[in-house]
Design a protein around this ligand. Structure first.
Ligand code: GDD
Length: 320
């Protein structure tokens, strides 16, 4: 089997590539840059530069690689940034997905068994009433960020392409996912990095944090990519699957885990510039569909994932 991962050099792309390689799947990936792939445990991913900027370019890529599975990970994934660059977020997440969907419709005429997985987000659900928790795939979409709106559009588009063109596509709605190597701007990296910098005496002993009052549903990135493979192999075409732990944990508790890993005395400063225009307080999903239909199980405990993130950053020579 052969897989193509768009955005393979991103945080999740690297984990997915390793997971597929460990299952004997040949992995190709697209990247915006020519630079070689770093941080892959198994190595041996073939990278092609492709910005996903046109249907024709993507079709050419598919005809060259001839993948059985296409995982569409490329996109703008930062919620806060989506408020600052709405157009860029929509172009990256919606327009480029349309180019890919149109190319896939044509490619599927030549390779009818190809399967495509698009990656959305729990942000598609947006505002959720307390009685609607845990969030299911059938919960109405009321996205409350440009990022959430862009991913909701993708989930609607894939259902249209499935019905209109018979496209073999499945959509994942992951909740917050974490692990070593995630970029700055996501809460676990933001917290852990500051703790490590304080330990190395590279910054003062105060950690700057945003809104600590919200609760989120965190899953280890290794469990997330395992779900993606199951979905593309055995998921029902045209369907949407949540990927989540089913439990929420407060951001304050996440902070306290990181503080407890360190021997240092650390002060906490709540920085309102890190707040978002809209914040959901309590958020967690149901992954019953994924468990019942595809036999997915979460293997990693959140405490272990947080400790791995902390250790990973501690071991980096320059935690900047
Ligand atoms: N990033 C960040 N940095 N968030 C902070 C901080 C901080 O210093 N302090 C508090 N928070 C709070 C945010 O306000 C939010 O309530 C929560 O921590 C999680 O923030 P993020 O890690 O940035 O994640 P997100 O929930 O906005 O979005 C992530 O999860 C989505 C799925 O639910 C991203 O990974 C998205 O790409 C993903 O789709």
């Amino acid at each position: 089997m052969k897989a193509l991962i768009t955005g393979v050099q991103g945080f999740v792309g690297k984990y997915l590539a390793d997971h597929l390689l460990s299952h004997g799947i040949e992995v190709w990936g697209t990247s915006r840059e020519d630079s070689p792939l770093l941080c892959l445990k198994n190595g041996n991913v073939k990278i092609i530069k492709n910005d996903l900027n046109s249907e024709e370019d993507i079709l050419g890529l598919l005809q060259k690689v001839k993948p059985d599975y296409i995982f569409h990970l490329a996109g703008q994934s930062n919620v806060k940034k989506s408020w600052e660059d709405k157009e860029g977020t929509f172009y990256a997440n919606v327009n480029k997905t349309i180019f890919l969907l149109d190319a896939c419709v044509r490619y599927q005429q030549e390779y009818p068994n190809v399967r495509l997985l698009t990656v959305g987000s729990s942000e598609e659900y947006g505002r959720v009433e307390p009685h609607e928790l845990p969030i299911k795939e059938t919960t109405p979409l009321r996205p409350m960020s440009p990022y959430g709106a862009s991913k909701a559009a993708v989930s609607m588009l894939i259902q249209q392409y499935h019905k209109a063109h018979g496209l073999n596509v499945i959509h994942a709605r992951p909740f917050n996912h974490i692990g070593p190597g995630q970029a700055d701007g996501f809460v676990t990296t933001d917290f852990a990095k500051q703790v490590v910098l304080i330990e190395k005496e590279l910054i003062s002993s105060t950690i700057n944090v945003g809104d600590l009052s919200s609760e989120r549903d965190f899953t280890d990135v290794n469990d997330i990519v395992a779900a993606y493979l199951l979905m593309i192999q055995k998921g029902q075409l045209g369907e949407i699957y949540n990927v989540c732990s089913g439990e929420s944990i407060s951001i304050n508790k996440v902070l306290n885990y990181f503080l407890s890993f360190s021997q240092k005395e650390i002060q906490v400063n709540v920085d309102e510039s890190k707040f978002r225009p809209i914040e959901f307080k309590k958020y967690y999903g149901s992954s019953e569909k994924l468990k019942m239909q595809l036999n997915w199980t979460k293997l990693h405990a959140i405490e272990d994932s947080l400790y791995e993130i902390y250790l990973y950053l501690k071991e980096q020579p320059n935690t900047i």
